[in-house]
Design a binder for this molecule. Structure first.
Ligand code: GLC
Length: 567
């Protein structure tokens, strides 16, 4: 047990600076040996997460699902998919984690359900004009015979957003809307049943001890019921299916549900919006507590770009009083060691291509520095499973094992998101490097050669490993009071002739974080090194911070000699 476990349990604002670890259940650990990750596997590894130093786990959807989109196609929110376990196990897991000082955040997917959901099945069976269809977006087609889809909205997974149904007598019927795959019909959020049902789902999980929810595709729920085409340049709130003003009412209702508990529950939104002011509206005091900061995540490894993102992030959050979040990756995007090893290290959906040249050594170095940078910024921090091991994106998955609909809907041009979802390596050897029991089934996605060398076992005893770095980063974040102090840029402390175009430097209290993205620079005098992401360079004129390296420094107390040795 960490020393502060007991105090964290009662702190109602734990989420403001928490470290939240994302578990992609299917790929974390396979307890029963069928090749798919499950709740039993998570329970076995809870001590690992406690030792890593996380405050909470966000679980990607674990509900009953045909897994057409990795579980983001939910057939029943009140059941655990049998591949993952049972509801009783989920309840046990939440309680066991809590005993270790780790809270649970569950994923809620309000924009759509699975086509296998009882509501959608009932709607198909009931036919056009039925009340069952009003919970979705069923619509007659345009043109002669209704052969043309109602709008030309483009899917977030590329391609069209409408699929035509077949009437019971075999004739072509109405169309239904799906912003993602046809297996994920969109719900109609103007319908009172939809609102009531989701508030009830929230209570279902909050009553079982979930400390909060992650809200999937949170800006997409409400649609313009007149179904216009998307304007060429939609102004704020003018897009027919993104960020409509009416959506905030939904989250006000959810916040009220969250606040009705003795320990108020937390809402974390997946809000992809370029407009920072519109983004911040979701974080008003009666809406969500926090939302993922994808602006920071998508920026290239470039000091000016990162600095601008930090500043605009803090500026956008300040007026609503919400803490920022810092995210380097998740189950939808390219792993940081791969992304930062590329000439174009920004992230954009639809831009992934097979065979993009990557310098993994550079990427790893930068990902280590990025870990220190993101963990030193004020707000909460997200760590996607496997990033603490520095796993690269697996880019040579055989085409016949790829599962992700994004790949198929791009016509095979985009490799999709399976490369960051390859089952974790826990041990050097074994059938699946400890993902499942030895002798069990092979993992649902094959692990690449060399996976054992990046396993937890291989890294745990190695002081220079990514895992050891993450453990130190998270331990210091917990113990150093400076991480609760105000943030300020420290350009006056920039070493040598370095400029803000190459070095990011900021303080949190007496702690100074310096991240060097350019050639080596001298460290400022009068500071001790708490932690560095790579070996520092000794020099006659003082210690130097090499390229793509970050360091956490603390002002040397008066009367002490300056230390330069990393802890
Ligand atoms: C979110 C999820 C993603 C999923 C999509 C549709 O973006 O993170 O994995 O495919 O929503 O639910």
């Amino acid at each position: 047990m960490r020393e502060d476990d007991s105090t964290r349990g009662t702190d109602a604002t734990w989420w403001r600076d928490a470290v939240i670890y994302q578990v992609y259940v299917r790929s974390f650990a396979d307890g029963d040996g069928d090749g798919t990750g499950d709740l039993a596997g998570v329970r076995q590894h809870l001590p690992y997460l406690r030792d890593l130093g996380v405050d909470a786990i966000w679980f990607t959807p674990w509900y009953l699902s045909p897994l057409a989109d990795g579980g983001y196609d939910v057939a029943d929110y009140r059941e655990i998919d049998p591949q993952f376990g049972t509801l009783a196990e989920a309840e046990q897991l939440i309680a066991e984690a809590r005993d270790l000082g780790i809270r649970t955040i569950v994923d809620v997917v309000p924009n759509h359900v699975s086509a296998a959901h009882r509501w959608f099945q009932a709607a198909l069976a009931a036919g056009p004009g039925s009340p069952e269809r009003e919970r979705f977006w069923f619509h007659p087609g345009k043109g002669p015979g209704g052969d043309e889809m109602p709008t030309h909205w483009v899917s977030d997974f590329q391609g069209t957003t409408w699929t035509r149904t077949t009437n019971p007598d075999g004739t072509p019927g109405e169309w239904y809307l799906h912003l993602f795959t046809p297996e994920q019909p969109d719900l109609n959020w103007n319908h009172p049943d939809v609102r009531r049902e989701h508030e009830d789902i929230l209570r279902f999980w909050f009553d079982r001890g979930a400390a909060g929810i992650r809200i999937d595709s949170a800006a997409l729920l409400v649609k313009d019921a007149t179904l216009p085409e998307v304007p060429a340049h939609p102004g704020p709130g003018e897009h027919p299916h993104v960020d409509r003003d009416e959506i905030h009412d939904v989250y006000r209702g959810w916040r009220a549900v969250a606040e009705s508990y003795d320990e108020p529950r937390v809402l974390v939104g997946e809000v992809w919006l370029a407009d920072r002011a519109r983004f911040a509206q979701y974080l008003r005091p009666d809406e969500m507590h926090t939302a993922f900061n994808f602006d920071f995540m998508a920026r290239p490894w470039d000091a000016k770009a990162l600095r601008e993102s930090v500043q605009t992030t803090l500026d956008a959050h300040a007026p609503v009083g919400a803490p920022a979040t810092w995210v380097l990756s998740n189950h939808d995007v390219t792993r940081p060691v791969t992304r930062y090893g590329r000439e174009d290290s920004a992230f954009a959906f639809g831009a992934k291509r097979f065979g993009t040249p990557t310098d993994l050594a550079a990427g790893r170095r930068r990902a280590r520095a990025a870990a220190l940078l993101s963990a030193a910024l004020p707000g909460s921090l997200y760590v996607y499973q496997g990033d603490e091991l520095g796993l690269p994106e697996v880019e040579d998955l055989p085409l016949d094992v790829i599962n992700d609909p994004m790949h198929f809907r791009s016509g095979g041009v985009d490799p999709g998101r399976d490369g960051c979802r390859v089952p974790l390596p826990w041990t050097r050897g074994g059938t699946s490097h400890g993902f499942g029991p030895d002798g069990g089934a092979h993992p649902w996605l094959p692990q690449p050669a060399g996976w054992g060398e990046v396993s937890v076992e291989a890294q745990a005893g190695d002081d220079a490993s990514m895992l050891s770095l993450y453990r130190r980063v998270l331990a210091l974040r917990h113990t150093e009071p400076a991480f609760r102090a105000d943030f300020a840029w420290a350009d006056d402390l920039l070493p040598g002739d370095a400029t803000g175009d190459q070095v990011l430097a900021f303080t949190r209290g007496d702690l100074l974080c310096v991240v060097n993205l350019g050639p080596a620079v001298p460290l400022p005098a009068g500071y001790d090194v708490l932690l560095a992401s790579a070996d520092l360079e000794p020099g006659a004129a003082g210690t130097r911070l090499p390229t793509d390296t970050a360091a956490w420094l603390r002002r040397t107390p008066p009367g002490h000699a300056t230390g330069t040795t990393p802890a």
